[in-house]
Design a protein around this ligand. Sequence first.
Ligand SMILES: Nc1ncnc2c1ncn2[C@@H]1O[C@H](COP(=O)(O)OP(=O)(O)OP(=O)(O)O)[C@@H](O)[C@H]1O
Length: 765
Amino acid sequence: MARTAPNPFKRKSTSSSSGSRKKVKKDVTADQLPWKVLKTPQEAGFGNDLDGILELEEVEDVEVIYEETEGGRVARFKVIEKPDDVKSTVDDDEEASGSENEAGPSKLPNSSTQAAEKAPLLLEQTFDVTNLLPNWHQFSLHPQLYRALYTQGFTSPTPIQTRAIPIANKGKDVIGIAQTGSGKTLAYGLPILNYLLSHPSPNTTKRSVRALVLAPTRELALQVSAHLNACLNAVDIVEGVKKEDEVEDAEVLKIGKNAKSRGKDKGKRKLQKQPQAQPKAPPAVSVAAIVGGMSAQKQRRILDRGVDVLVATPGRLWDIMQEDDALSSQINDLKFLVLDEADRMIETGHFAELDNILRLTLRFKTDDEIEPDPESPADSDEVDEHQLQTFIFSATLSKDLQKNLKKRSRPTNKKKTKPASTLDDLVMKLDFRDSDPEVIDLSPEGGSVSTLKESKIDCLSGDKDAYLYYFLLRYPGRSLVFLSSIDGIRRLMPLMELLEIKAFPLHSQLEQRQRLKNLDRFKTTPHSVLLATDIAARGLDIPSVDHVIHYQIPRSADVYVHRNGRTARAMRDGFSLLMCAPDERRLVRALMGSLGRQEEDIPEMSVELHMLDKLKARIQVARQIDNAQHKVKKENHEKNWLREAAEAMEIEIDSDLGLSSDEDEKGIPSRHKKKSANAKTASLKAELKHLLAQPLIARGVSTRYITSGERSIAEDVLAGDHHEAMLGLKKTQAGQDVSAKPKKAKKVKAEFEEWNGFGSAADET
Ligand SMILES: Nc1ncnc2c1ncn2[C@@H]1O[C@H](COP(=O)(O)OP(=O)(O)OP(=O)(O)O)[C@@H](O)[C@H]1O
């Protein structure tokens, strides 16, 4: 039987007239607490899977006090006993406020202020931040956020959060550049949520969008929305107020690390449940995602209900805005605008939509660039609390652009300076209200994260499949393979399947549902491969990606940095491998050049060539099978097409139209031809099966006696260090097979090393 854990959140009474409603606090042990069996709320999405927990219990009105004793910190429980008359008053009032909330779907929690007046004992939450999250203490965040950080195990802010949050909380515009996986989402997310939680919307009938976060890909937008929701839902799920439409986001929560902790810590989170006494009320702040590939109708419905924080991809948002004047005017009146991965957004073909949306946030709407008004408050150093705040975050933002922003040399009508790039152009178009936006640049020198080990393999392009296969067998784990073309993924997928490697594709021509499903499968399958285009390069927070492989050279240095950023996140170790064909060396040199590095900075990865030859044989047969299957599929497809076209035109097909004597009059290959094709494929499959069953043995290993031969494997076998698929090789991490090259000292390394990442902290919760 599970019990609700000690509540770290003190509940304090906001009772105004405490005279007759005096509370008595009684010291008890955990077992003496008045536990109540809890019905698992369907909305919480736990389904029937209670992770081995038979029953959930909750407890109300308990104050938890932590005391430092010689034996360590202990929790004391104080039951707050209420006189009966008071209890009934509270219950009545709660019911009343519940029906009030349900009447107006978007009634805001400021209606809870009214409820508080009616229910004097309504409890206000506080959080013992000094003791529980001392490293967050300085930020004076809303207790609800502290509570979420605590629940998620985020015990310390990351360096970009430490720098950005206080500045953003002061109302300043922030341009944040920090390495991949360093917590940029919460660096802008926490100040936004903090403001919105502390300033409930003045509109009591329907909340309007006050924060807009634009992200370049659907997956990233959904992930950001899930990440922000996780900072709010820690309370909302607890109180059983998850709304129908939020369930969609809950599904999406499976993406990303938070989702992981959701899954993994399901039981624990349930333990952290709070009393379910509150009536159904709308969440204090609502976050929703508007992305392409998902039901536009449903997304419109969510918008109609009212949303505080809208996370969107520019394409779908612009589509909806064109038919929704109300939404356009809300965008015109934003309090926060965030461009997450702004540099990528301009590459996705949605620049026009982005441009249109941004125009709505301008103070002066002209077709030309904005001319800062010397009289306007934007040019004064005073920050108006109600004016739009703009946040731009990325792991890569050009130094020139940062300088221009700092110097406020945005182009004006009088002085037309040509922007250096489309991104410069975009950012110059932003109407910063802040005369001096704060640029926080924590990006490491050379774009490389200190916990990332980079490497490369020089090989012929025709051998890349074999090297990839070798790598995947040699270093099992979660590998993200980047290709530049969808065709490349389509070609590799069947090969992986035939070679019995678990691989999932991710590219823009897959249906959105399939994209999310594949991402989720990759996330939950420890030894698997994601074959992806660069839609997966930015922002995606997939936990524990062990290796990033650049099957094709990235087209720019930024893409290289972002692709690499899918591994080595939050101070975890990571590994990346560049596969470089002779005709790609020039590109690699250019890429390294723009990162201020040299090609030689990336060490070579060592490969057991003997083993590689054996793998080439498997690949060759797998390719033959794939070609044969592909040929049959293609022929059938063409014949079907031809037959359908002929039938539609009411003409007869003769041999001139492509039917050979091996085909019948309907264009279907004759039985004989089919049979021989099938027999060929079957024999190839049998050959591959045989090859796959053969052990892969390193050169010098005796197949007779494990203690003899040039390489004795006895010791490794006894120590359990032997590689299971490749006999004669040790189990190693990919990083250990790379010649160690001293890396240049990283500019912000020390700062990041002080922050040890979240691994241990998160795992403890
Ligand atoms: N203070 C913190 N402590 C521990 N983990 C954190 C903290 N803040 C964020 N995280 C976690 O770190 C991971 C990376 O965060 P996030 O996705 O925001 O990184 P990012 O800097 O935006 O990366 P990218 O540049 O790749 O988009 C996430 O799983 C997030 O939940």
